[in-house]
Structure formats: structure tokens, C-alpha cells
Design a protein around this ligand. Structure first.
Ligand code: SF4
Length: 410
């Protein structure tokens, strides 16, 4: 099988993994004419996303789509009737370098089906990264998938060459994992996340010691498949909060389940709406950076699901209208962060500006603070929404996307 054909198979097989954003690593470049590649924002990693929302800035491949395991939701599972392929280590290295030279990519995202044994697979994955770094002085971004049962030495080596390591938690609950991926062990997954955290914390403590071993400066992340089981958004967010807290993850990626050919009856026939994935990302952000807790974001009246038609912060504000309107010129930072449409940067700009002036509606535009969503919820020096507006049942209609009439195919 020629390399191009392998690439078609192994890039396609990797597309279901959403955890490939490339932020937060150390700065490296090759302006000293040594090495190749860069993680510098100017010419290095760019964040581009396919129309379905997945990151495409990295060469994203599997080393092989053959796998001993039979995870029901996975197109590469042992019982799947798909064509198999495998890159040699040298082929994966060559492809990465060729793509980089042509300016197609800024880095590599490498995962693999599990062949022979977890250690053998992890060793192959590490060899690609090692060759890129040591033989070719590649300075671009490398994200490696970690095989949970692999030995500690291999994990340490992976962290030496990779910017980011990730282990997929796969599904939100232990019973779902037992049902959908019986060969996987949630305890092994969590144990390895803990091992990574230990090494990451150690590397952080030693960051000023140039002789200390390097370990994955962009940290660890995970991916959770959404909609392959019946877990509601509240359960998904609880699992995420637990993972962030326990293992100091940089990101939890949410990947909407994609129906696969010849799927098991244990799986749903339809993919969840892609917007569910988007709402989970918004909720995840609210939990980490906006001071919300899970019970505030999900609505028990909606069976613990996030609304799909409006964002979770707006939905919270509409359920808590008694807390508005909020005076932008005197409210606390915590309260301002709860105003629909106000992001962290916007709030910081407001706090700086109001030290020297009383903020008016036109000032928000000058500060690049989005106003449309916020105005019904805030008081400014020259703006106060009427009590009837904030209490109006029609307020939500202002924010709902317009209903689109279905077209006919003629
Ligand atoms: S371990 Fe499971 S999820 Fe990973 S490639 Fe194999 S079958 Fe797919």
C-alpha cells in the first residue's frame, strides 16, 4: 500500500478525536537556523477548524487503525469491517516533515490503535516523536495520545518529546465505559492521568532548573464522547469538573458521537446535535473562568440538559431575572462576569475604564464590549432597561435564532 493511500485511511480514522487544539505550550522557534518548525504564534501553530468545528492545524493521524480492542463506538474497533493500514515510524516522521515544509501543518497529533500490547504501541508512538525531535530537530508542536496501561518509563519519554499528552476518558460514567468499551478500565485511565499530573507538577516545580527533565509543557487533556450513552449534560459536566480538579487537566474536549457503519445496538442511531457539543464547551468555560457551579448552569426542569437554542449564561440570566438589571458602574467583578455577552476580557476592560469615567452605552462600543445581549440586563450612566422589559416573557425571543422554513428540493 503506498503512503498516500495509508494517509487517506489513517487521517480519516483519526478525525473522530477532537482533542487536538494546540495552545499553551512553551515558545520555540528555529530562527537560530537550528532545527525545524516553531510554536510561535506568528508562524507556528495556527488554530484552524473544519466546518464541523474540529481543529485541523495539525497533521492528525493514527500510527495504525488496527486495534486489539473492541470499543463499540469506535470505527477502528477489532470487529469493524474497515480497511486497515499502518505507518512505519519512518513514514510518520517523513510525512510530518514533508507537510511541515509545505506549510500545510504546524505540528503533529499522533494517536494509535492498540496493537500487540499497550507498551509496544506506546513505544512506537514515542519513537516517532523522538525521531522528529532528536534526528530532525523538529520544533513544531507534538501532541501524543497516551496508552493508559503503558509503563512509566514510556510515559516519561513521551513527555520528554511531546508538548501535550492526552488520555481519553471516553464516556462520562464508569457503567457506560463498561458497557461500550469493556476492555478499558476507568481505574487505569485515571491512574495514568494521576501519573501524568505527578510528572507535570514536578516539572512545574523545577521549571527554573534547566537540567530538570522536560515534561509536556502544554499539559494533559482528555476527550469525552457526547451522545453515545444516555448521560445528561449535568453528568458530563460533573465528570469534567472532577477531572479538572483531580488531574489539573488543561482541557476536556467534547466530541459529539458520530454513528459508525455496522454499529452495535447499544449505540444510538443518530448523532446528537452538534450544537450540544458547543453548549458543553460554553458551560465548561463558565465553570472554569466565570465562577458558576454546575447546578446553576443546568436546569433540573430540563432533565439536567443545557438549552440548545440559547447559550447557558443567557439561560441562567433569564432564570434569575431578579438579579438584574446590574449597574455596570458599581457591580462587582463576579457579578459582571454573569452578565450575558460579557466575557472575561470585556469585564477587565470595564473595570479599568470605570476607574476614570462613568460608563455610558457608547463607551461599551469603544471598549469593544458586545452590547446586544447585555443591554436588557444592565444599567449604564445613560441606559436603564424598563422593569417590564426584564420581566417580559418575550425577552427570550430576542435571543432565539430565527426559525428557518425548511426548503423543498426543487
Ligand atoms: S482502543 Fe478502542 S477507541 Fe482506541 S482505537 Fe481501539 S477500539 Fe478505538
Amino acid at each position: 500500500m503506498d503512503l498516500r493511500h495509508k494517509l487517506e485511511i489513517l487521517a480519516d480514522a483519526a478525525k473522530y478525536d477532537a482533542s487536538c487544539a494546540s495552545s499553551g505550550t512553551e515558545t520555540r522557534d528555529s530562527r537560530d537556523k537550528k532545527g525545524m518548525g516553531s510554536t510561535d504564534a506568528g508562524m507556528g501553530i495556527c488554530h484552524s477548524y473544519a466546518p464541523d468545528g474540529r481543529c485541523i492545524s495539525l497533521l492528525k493521524i493514527l500510527l495504525t487503525n488496527a486495534c486489539n480492542y473492541d470499543c463499540l463506538y469506535c470505527v477502528n474497533r477489532a470487529s469493524s469491517n474497515v480497511q486497515r493500514a499502518r505507518f512505519t515510524v519512518e513514514e510518520a516522521v517523513k510525512l510530518t516533515l514533508d507537510f511541515y515544509r509545505r506549510n500545510y501543518i504546524e505540528g503533529l497529533f499522533l494517536s494509535s490503535g492498540i496493537i500487540k500490547s499497550p507498551n509496544y504501541t506506546m513505544e512506537q508512538v514515542v519513537r516517532v516523536a523522538k525521531s522528529l525531535r532528536e534526528d530532525h530537530h523538529f520544533r513544531g508542536y507534538i501532541h501524543l495520545k497516551t496508552i493508559p496501561e503503558a509503563d512509566d518509563e514510556l510515559i516519561a519519554e513521551a513527555g520528554k518529546y511531546a508538548d501535550r499528552l492526552s488520555i481519553n476518558i471516553e464516556v462520562p460514567t464508569e457503567p457506560s465505559l463498561a458497557k461500550l468499551a469493556p476492555e478499558k478500565d476507568v481505574r487505569a485511565i485515571r491512574r495514568t492521568m494521576a501519573r501524568l499530573r505527578f510528572r507535570l507538577d514536578k516539572a512545574k516545580d523545577n521549571k527554573n532548573n534547566k537540567r530538570a527533565p522536560r515534561f509536556a509543557p502544554a499539559g494533559q487533556s482528555t476527550q469525552m464522547i457526547v451522545g453515545a450513552d444516555t448521560s445528561n449534560d449535568q453528568t458530563i459536566l460533573e465528570t469534567s469538573a472532577n477531572l479538572y480538579g483531580s488531574y489539573n487537566l488543561r482541557r476536556v474536549y467534547y466530541s459529539a458521537f458520530s454513528p459508525i457503519p455496522d454499529a452495535s445496538r447499544a449505540l444510538p442511531l443518530q448523532a446528537p446535535p452538534l450544537v450540544r457539543e458547543h453548549r458543553l464547551y460554553q458551560a465548561d468555560w463558565l465553570l472554569r473562568f466565570y465562577g458558576f457551579n454546575i447546578d446553576e448552569i443546568t436546569d433540573p426542569l430540563e432533565n439536567g440538559m443545557l438549552p440548545l437554542d440559547i447559550d447557558p449564561k443567557l439561560a441562567w440570566a433569564l432564570r434569575h431575572r431578579d438579579r438584574f438589571p446590574l449597574d455596570v458602574n458599581s457591580a462587582s467583578r463576579e457579578d459582571l462576569l454573569r452578565v450575558p455577552g460579557f466575557g472575561v476580557k470585556a469585564v477587565n476592560r470595564i473595570l479599568s475604564a470605570r476607574r476614570v469615567t462613568s460608563i455610558r452605552a457608547a463607551d461599551l462600543a469603544r471598549l469593544h464590549v458586545p452590547r446586544a445581549k447585555a443591554l436588557p440586563f444592565i444599567v449604564l450612566a445613560d441606559h436603564r432597561p424598563s422593569a417590564s422589559q426584564i420581566d417580559s416573557k418575550r425577552l427570550i425571543q430576542m435571543f432565539r435564532p430565527p426559525v428557518q422554513q425548511l426548503g423543498f428540493a426543487f
